[in-house]
Design a protein around this ligand. Structure first.
Ligand code: HEC
Length: 273
């Protein structure tokens, strides 16, 4: 490469970097990926927690598989990775007895489902890769009552979603409510009137579950969605836990190798001095 072409190369790289920052900030200004929900809730997967993955798989097959296939995974692989003995797995989770361990999880939805929902329920094998785990974790907990919609529900993370709230009986009726929030003064403290009472202002858009309407408590429901999302992260890349473990071995190997080679370097250098 000549000097000039190197210069041009760096100019281009810089331009691309600057443009990507620009588009990124445009995207952020739009309210972020979780839309009306604001910031997505943070999700931290734990793929070594086999029990969580097992619970997630059971929830998925019972509540989601009827509509959403996982067509890039095989039944037998899931059973093996989640350490569920194949006979127990097939007995309790696979309802169609003609299915074999090597079969793909192609779903149970007929082709014309698009007529039922307006949108065909997408395959979810890779959903954690293109939507992100934070998004899924927030989405499944952000349904609220909205009588103007076809299924009587709407979603803060995916406004106008064509998916009904299939976990409603577990979560209960979630509503959008308004709350009186203390107004914050410029000095960072709560603003008060001349009698010392806190000044409040009504703010809306908070999610609240009506007491006693769901089978699970809020904490149990959050755990259920945690396990479900964890399972979808696993399905999106079954080798992920192994890959990350090997990554640490490689880093460890490099550290030792660097130490050894620097010792060797010092040894060789003795000849030159
Ligand atoms: C009755 C059928 C049905 C069931 C059951 C169902 N879904 Fe859906 N789901 C849909 C439809 C339809 C869409 C498409 C929504 C849209 O794009 O407006 C969707 C979309 C989604 C999306 C967004 C995917 C994307 O690419 O935008 C996720 C994530 C999702 N569903 C997860 C789940 C999970 C997890 C369950 C089980 C708890 C579940 N769904 C159960 C019908 C269903």
């Amino acid at each position: 490469m000549t000097n000039k072409s190197i210069n041009l190369y760096f100019c281009n790289a810089f331009l691309i970097l600057a443009l990507s920052f620009f588009f990124n900030s445009l995207y952020a200004a739009e309210g972020g990926p979780c839309k009306d929900y604001g910031e997505c809730d943070k999700f931290k997967y734990s793929l070594n927690d086999i029990e969580s993955l097992q619970r997630g798989a059971a929830t998925y097959i019972n509540y989601c598989y009827g509509c959403h296939s996982l067509k890039f995974s095989r039944w037998g692989r899931v059973a093996e990775d989640l350490q569920i003995p194949e006979d127990i797995f097939f007995e309790s989770l696979v309802f169609d007895k003609s299915i074999k361990p090597g079969d793909l999880m192609v779903g149970a939805m007929p082709e014309d489902s698009v007529n039922w929902f307006g949108v065909a329920p997408p395959d979810l094998t890779l959903v954690s890769r293109y939507k992100g785990d934070d998004w899924i974790y927030s989405y499944l907990r952000a349904y609220y009552e909205d009588s103007s919609k076809q299924y009587g529900v709407n979603n803060l993370v995916y406004p106008g979603t064509a998916m009904p709230n299939v976990l409603l009986s577990l979560q209960g009726n979630q509503r959008l409510i308004c709350k009186d929030i203390a107004v914050i003064a410029e000095n960072g403290g709560e603003k008060r009137d001349e009698y010392g009472n806190t000044i409040t202002k009504e703010k809306c858009g908070f999610l609240e579950v009506e007491d006693g309407t769901g089978e699970l408590t809020k904490k149990e429901f959050d755990t259920l969605i945690y396990d479900l999302t964890n399972f979808l992260v696993y399905v999106g890349e079954p080798i992920k836990a192994t890959r990350e473990r090997i990554g640490w071995y490689v880093v460890f190997y490099f550290l030792i190798f660097t130490a050894l080679s620097s010792l060797l370097y010092r040894e060789y250098h003795k000849d030159y001095n």
